[in-house]
Design a protein around this ligand. Structure first.
Ligand SMILES: Cc1cc2nc3c(=O)[nH]c(=O)nc-3n(C[C@H](O)[C@H](O)[C@H](O)COP(=O)(O)O)c2cc1C
Ligand SMILES: [Zn+2]
Ligand SMILES: [Zn+2]
Length: 593
């Protein structure tokens, strides 16, 4: 396909120039706005000045309700669904007799095929690559692997077993019935309290523990000591040697809720990232055996340095989470989220809300690090408030309590994404510990990366938005160059994501729509990339406002569109048409990051 063939045209939002615009002190403005060469520049109209062209506005609650009311309820008749027993029947084989009691689903493949919507594409990626597509006749790309009777062709003797569930059914039932054996983690957590309490008493014999200003604990934490406990005693409890990892000089793709899904991480692995991490999982949900939360702990085989991030407030709970992750999850390290700024999380003392809660934090880190033989790491911010940074105090403490590496996002919780990350402060904190430190904040090209490595003196750098906007940033860092990537190359990356999505979520109707949903979430970031070759003052920086410009090709124009209608058009190139009433509102408002 050439760059512009079969590229849907962009939805026009560009009005004629009204000629009202600034540009006297261009150079200093280039700090806040990203300038493109004159021939690509589209002057802003009055409309743009009032309403900058960003991702569509979040709807108000009323509008959302309205939207919900209006959407027609699509009733699916069970008789229109194909019985599961017929999804994967081999050519020549007799259709099996359905064993489901009173099954009302369709049992004639050919009849069902007549009602199936047209395929979403001509070729099934899964069949092409593995010689077999488990979604069989329900695959939305099935024509490439069905015979004339609708039987599912299989061209391989070695079908890769797909491990759908991360957690096995038995464990899930035990967790739900609260019958999982947590004796070990409960004992470790108790011993940690004994250690913490005896140390506090030794330091402060007269003072009542409850008066200990900031560190007042809820009563449940004041257990009776079992006897004196030392740090060595804790180490002895560990069930095996602590594993070591080499963190030096590695690039790290940040944990990213929703958008840091397995297919996206696989895309980044292909583009050169070293370390990947799952989306933040809530400890409580893991303990309740919730399948959707456990899905966040799944790793792709290409992820050869993979962590799982968890978030929680209570030591006994996090100790149990550690036991589960140690016993049941295939990952190389476990990361504690101590940076999440979302109010709901913060107010419960999780995420950035854990930062000032020194005693529970001590127990969480000590317990988890004792229980896990995999390294325990922690990701934090400068502090809660912009004028009261605390990370430099927290660093040596968490090192002493047992973390193997620390990531610092150089902003406070209060700051969210305003102002640049403070790399000097990252450098200052790094000097307070001997464990590897990863710096995080605003890196989007190899120059930013080099500057961060130098200023922060860190072992490596974590990237979040830069990787979402341009996942090839990892290649740029490896090769120490700016890549003026073409529209077609960018589209190829989008195609990879779609294929990986179909493989991960499935290539049937549900899988296709899931893949589309996550693709659209990602595309709500990618349009912010401004092609390197058209920049007046390259490279692009993360804090710069994106100008309104015309890309060099139709494809570049399409890929730069901030309109969700255009993202949907891009999705249709690989995932087939959407229904007429399809609508998309991104979960993360792109301009708030
Ligand atoms: C969409 C989105 C989702 C995020 N989800 C998480 C998360 O699950 N866990 C976490 O520790 N940080 C999360 N973060 C924060 C990033 O990991 C990172 O610390 C922050 O974006 C700063 O890095 P950057 O300047 O490279 O974007 C998220 C950020 C974004 C933009
Ligand atoms: Zn049936
Ligand atoms: Zn298929």
């Amino acid at each position: 396909m050439t760059d512009d063939a079969s590229v849907p045209t962009v939805t026009e939002d560009i009005k004629p120039d009204t000629g009202k615009l600034f540009v006297d002190d261009k150079k200093s403005r280039s700090d806040i706005e990203c300038f493109v060469h004159a021939k690509y520049f589209i002057p802003k109209t009055e409309e743009h000045l009032i309403r900058p062209p960003v991702a569509p506005e979040e709807k108000t609650t009323d509008q959302k309700k309205e939207g919900k009311k209006k959407r027609p309820i699509v009733k699916i008749d069970i008789r229109d669904k194909l019985c599961n027993s017929l999804i994967d029947v081999r050519p020549g084989a007799e259709a099996p007799v359905c064993h489901y009691n009173g099954c009302k689903m369709q049992h004639d493949i050919k009849t069902w095929l007549k009602t199936k919507p047209p395929d979403a594409g001509p070729e099934c990626y899964i069949f092409t690559n593995q010689g077999y597509c488990p979604r069989g006749v329900t695959c939305r790309f099935a024509s490439s692997h069905l015979d004339e009777d609708g039987k599912n062709i299989c061209n391989t003797d070695s079908i890769k077993p797909t491990k759908i569930y991360v957690l096995d059914k038995n464990d899930q039932v035990n967790l739900r019935k609260k019958q999982y054996d947590f004796k070990f983690s409960d004992e470790v957590c108790q011993k940690c309290w004994d250690l913490i309490n005896s140390a506090a008493e030794a330091n402060n014999p007269k003072k009542d523990k409850c008066e200990d200003e900031e560190n007042v604990e809820p009563p449940e934490k004041k257990h009776k000591p079992l006897g004196p406990v030392s740090e060595e005693d804790l180490v002895k409890l560990r069930r095996g040697e602590k594993k070591k990892l080499d963190w030096e000089g590695k690039t790290y793709l940040a944990p990213l809720t929703t958008v840091g899904n397995l297919p996206f991480r696989r895309v980044c692995k292909g583009l050169g990232v070293d370390i990947t991490c799952g989306e933040m999982a809530l400890g409580l949900n893991l303990l309740q055996g919730q399948g959707s939360e456990w899905a966040l702990t799944k790793r792709h085989e290409s992820e050869d340095f993979f962590g799982v991030q968890v978030c929680g407030a209570s030591p006994p709970q996090m100790a149990r989470v550690a036991q589960l992750l140690e016993d049941k999850v295939d990952c190389d390290f476990v990361d504690i989220n101590m940076g999440c700024p979302i109010d709901l999380i913060f107010q419960k003392g999780m995420g950035s809300g854990l930062m000032p809660r020194k005693r529970p934090l001590e127990n969480i880190v000590r317990s988890m690090s004792t229980i896990l033989t995999k390294p325990l790491t922690i990701k934090m911010r400068n502090g809660i408030y912009s004028d009261k940074r605390i990370a430099h105090d927290t660093f040596p403490l968490v090192e002493r309590w047992g973390v193997s590496a620390i990531t610092l996002h150089g902003r406070s919780k209060e700051q969210r994404y305003t102002k640049l990350a403070d790399w000097e402060y990252i450098g200052h904190c790094q000097k307070t510990v001997n464990v590897p430190v990863f710096g995080n904040g605003d890196v989007m090209n190899y120059e930013d990366y080099n500057a961060g490595m130098e200023k922060g003196g860190v072992s490596g750098i974590m990237l979040a938005r830069g990787a979402l906007i341009k996942p090839w940033v990892f290649t740029e860092i490896k090769e120490q160059r700016h890549w003026d990537i073409s529209g077609q190359e960018r589209l190829d990356i989008v195609r990879d994501f779609c294929n990986y999505g179909l493989e991960h979520w499935g290539s049937d109707d549900k899988g296709v729509e899931n893949t589309r949903k996550f693709l659209l979430e990602w595309l709500s970031f990618t349009h912010r990339y401004v092609p390197h070759g058209i920049l007046m003052y390259p490279p692009q920086r993360i804090n710069q406002r994106v100008p309104i410009y015309r890309g060099r090709t139709e494809l570049e124009i399409l890929l730069s569109s901030p309109r969700s209608e255009d993202w949907i058009k891009i999705s249709e190139m690989f995932l087939g048409k959407v229904r007429d009433d399809f609508n998309f509102i991104p979960k993360h408002k792109a301009n708030s990051y």
